[in-house]
Write a protein that binds this ligand. Structure first.
Ligand SMILES: C[S@@+](CC[C@H](N)C(=O)[O-])C[C@H]1O[C@@H](n2cnc3c(N)ncnc32)[C@H](O)[C@@H]1O
Length: 274
C-alpha cells in the first residue's frame, strides 16, 4: 500500500512529507512557506534547544549574500558552483551575482528531492547569464565535476567561486571532508574562491542541543570548532577578515542592532586559490 506521507516527484524520487527534512526546517527558520507539519514540529524542538536558530539561519543567508556580492564586485567572479543550495529564498545566489555581473553563470547542486522540485525557481536568469541545477551529493565530488550540467554551464579554465554554505554540518566525520573540499578545489583554476559556512558550539554550548535535536530524528548534524572549520580552507588564502562568525564578516552598515556572538553560531569565510 502506498505510504500516505509519500509523494512521488516528477523525477520519480520519493518525497516524504511526514518526515522532517533539513532543507524544509531551514526554510521554516527563514520564515518560508515550503514546509510541512513534520518539519515545523522538528524545527520547533530544535528552536526550543537553541532559541537563536532563526537568527543563525538569517545571518548565514546574509553572509552568503555578502560573500557573493563581494566576489562579484571586488574579485570580478562571474561563475559560481553552489553545493547544498536549499529551497529557494530570495535573494538566491544567482540573483545576487547577476545583479552585479549580468552574464554570471551559476550551477546549483543539492541531494534533497525537495530542493529538486523547487529547481525551476532557481533556473531563472538574466538573458545574458545562465543557471543550471544538478541533483547530486557533495560526498561524490567527481559526479558533480563530471556532470553535463556543470560542464555545459561553467568554463573551468576561468575562476569559479565554490559555495559550500551551511552544508558540511550535515556531513558526518565518517566522511573525509577535507578530501571532498580538496577534490572540488583542485578542479578549479587559480584565482578561484571558496565560500564556506559551518555551525559551531564555540560560543554557546546550547547549540549542541540543537544538533542533538536533529540527530534524534535520524538527521546527521555535526557542529565543529574554529580549528576544524579553518582546516577546510587548507592550502587557500583566507580573504580578510578571515574565518569569523558570519555576522562579523564584512557586515553591512545598515544600522541594525548588533548581535551577540552566542546568537549566531555559524562561522563564515572566503578564501582564494593562488
Ligand atoms: C541549511 S540548507 C543551506 C541552504 C543554503 N546553502 C543557505 O545556506 O542558505 C542545507 C542544504 O544542504 C543540503 N545537503 C545536505 N547534505 C548534502 C549532501 N550530502 N549533498 C548535497 N546537498 C546536501 C540539504 O539538502 C539542504 O538543502
Amino acid at each position: 500500500m502506498a505510504d500516505p506521507g509519500a509523494d512521488t516527484g516528477s523525477v520519480g524520487k520519493t518525497l516524504r512529507t511526514d518526515l522532517p527534512h533539513p532543507a524544509r526546517m531551514y526554510d521554516y527558520y527563514l520564515g518560508g512557506k515550503d514546509n510541512f507539519p513534520a518539519d515545523r514540529e522538528a524545527a520547533e524542538l530544535a528552536i526550543a534547544a537553541f532559541p537563536n536558530a532563526r537568527v543563525a539561519a538569517r545571518e548565514n543567508r546574509a553572509f552568503m549574500t555578502r560573500a557573493t556580492r563581494y566576489l562579484a564586485t571586488q574579485a570580478g567572479i562571474g561563475q559560481f558552483l553552489d553545493i547544498g543550495t536549499g529551497i529557494p529564498a530570495s535573494p538566491n545566489l544567482h540573483e545576487v551575482a547577476q545583479s552585479i555581473v549580468s552574464d554570471a553563470q551559476v550551477v546549483y547542486a543539492d541531494n534533497d528531492p525537495i530542493v529538486l522540485t523547487h529547481a525551476r525557481a532557481l533556473l531563472t536568469s538574466t538573458p545574458q547569464g545562465q543557471t543550471a541545477y544538478l541533483d547530486a551529493d557533495i560526498r561524490d565530488p567527481a559526479a558533480i565535476l563530471d556532470s553535463p550540467e556543470l560542464r555545459e554551464t561553467l568554463d573551468l579554465a576561468r575562476p569559479v567561486a565554490l559555495s559550500l554554505v551551511a552544508i558540511f554540518h550535515f556531513v558526518s566525520d565518517e566522511e573525509d571532508l577535507h578530501a571532498i573540499v580538496r577534490r572540488l578545489v583542485e578542479a578549479l583554476p587559480s584565482g578561484s574562491y571558496l565560500i564556506l559556512t559551518h555551525g559551531t558550539a564555540d560560543f554557546d554550548p546550547d547549540a549542541e542541543a540543537f544538533a542533538a535535536a536533529y540527530r534524534k530524528r535520524g538527521l546527521p548534524f555535526q557542529l565543529r570548532t574554529h580549528t576544524r572549520v579553518e582546516r577546510m580552507f587548507d592550502g587557500l588564502e583566507l580573504v580578510e577578515p578571515g574565518l569569523l562568525l558570519a555576522h562579523r564578516w564584512r557586515p553591512d552598515d545598515d544600522g541594525s542592532i548588533p548581535l551577540r556572538d552566542a546568537q549566531v553560531g555559524i562561522y563564515g569565510g572566503v578564501a582564494r586559490k593562488s
